[in-house]
Design a protein around this ligand. Structure first.
Ligand code: B82
Length: 319
């Protein structure tokens, strides 16, 4: 009997950085306004690359030194896929030559990476098997640059992990995947509408967010799913080394730490640099911390996502 574990993490951010001051040139906003409400200073914006291009960079880094034919599964968590079909994961498959992999995209917005990691762990039954779990977004293509309340929030990027089923002990210790469909209207992007017959194919609607409602949701539900997840594993809050939360807003992260009565130092953030990258955010954070040696093998980590759906998800993993 072997168990799945996170063997490697990686991230890829588009080159082009857009600062708050840059945004204040094209809309009525300011660095001070954005920073104090969100914690964001800058975000990366993709100019030429689509979501699959970002995901492919991550996949290539994850598979360096591995046989791509040994990959059983590729899941791309995204709310900004290249297309409705083909799946972004299929484009990743072709780029890395993972000819034996089952490939699909997973749509759970900013909870998508945690959802996908849980699905991958449960699907990856072959001893020695491998899965790529990637969160990738080009949210800039869903931004209404006339709407200063949402346009300043989002960024593009990708992060992911290589999951290997070769551990002698469990590394995925508990998970809570929650959805609250009755709250769906509070956060949407890419809304479509039925066409009159016979009508042209039309575009997607941009981001719409009821900030007050989603903020209330996040600050109440995230502590709840984290607590339930730890209870399921029989692990105490104090035993956890790091809480890697979706990077939506630094006030949410501070508030969650406060509600759990934990020091903010256990909640590392990169929202200042990259803004809200939805499904990519926890994976980008994890890979960055691993690069800096701040997340290491053996660490006990909670990953927590929350977003459109509305959804909230938490997972306890031993790195
Ligand atoms: S906000 O409503 O404008 N606000 C909180 C009252 C500012 C202090 C706001 C802002 Br600005 C940015 C993000 C949120 C927020 O609550 N985001 C989310 C909540 C739940 C799920 C996902 C998100 C997300 O933004 O991804 C509120």
């Amino acid at each position: 009997m072997t168990y799945a574990r996170i063997a490697k993490s990686s991230r890829y951010l588009p080159e082009f950085a857009v600062s708050n001051d840059d945004l204040s040139q094209i809309m009525e906003t300011s660095d001070e306004w954005i920073k104090t409400r969100t914690g964001i200073s800058s975000r990366r914006i993709s100019q030429q690359e689509n979501t699959s291009d970002l995901a492919i960079q991550v996949a290539k880094q994850l598979l360096a030194g591995e046989d791509p034919a040994g990959v059983d599964l590729i899941i791309v968590a995204t709310m900004s896929p290249d297309a409705y079909t083909p799946a972004t994961a299929a484009l990743v498959q072709a780029a890395v030559g993972a000819e034996n992999a089952a490939c699909f995209d997973l749509s759970a917005a900013c909870s998508g990476f945690v959802y996908a990691l849980d699905v991958a762990e449960k699907m990856l039954r072959r001893p020695g098997g491998m899965a790529l779990v990637i969160g990738a977004e080009t949210l800039s293509k869903l931004v209404d640059w006339q709407d200063r309340t949402t346009a300043v929030l989002f960024g593009d990027g990708a992060g992911g992990v290589l999951v290997k089923n070769d551990a002698l002990e469990p590394h995925f210790l508990a998970s809570q995947l929650k959805s609250y469909g009755h709250l769906a209207k509070f956060l949407s992007a890419g809304q479509t509408s039925p066409q009159p017959f016979p009508g042209p194919v039309t575009g997607l609607a941009p981001f719409k967010m009821n900030g007050r409602e989603v903020y209330k949701f996040a600050t109440h539900k995230v502590p709840e799913v984290i607590t339930a997840c730890l209870e399921e594993a029989g692990v105490g809050l104090a035993e956890v080394d790091l809480f890697l939360l979706h990077q939506a807003n630094y006030r949410i992260i501070k508030q969650v730490a406060r509600r759990l009565d934990l020091p903010e130092e256990k909640f590392p953030c990169n929202i200042a640099e990259y803004g809200n990258t939805s499904a990519a955010s926890e994976a980008i954070l994890l890979a960055g911390l691993a690069e800096e040696g701040k997340a290491q093998a053996g660490d006990l980590v909670v990953l927590a996502g929350f977003g459109g759906g509305l959804t909230a998800a938490a997972q306890l993993v031993r790195l």
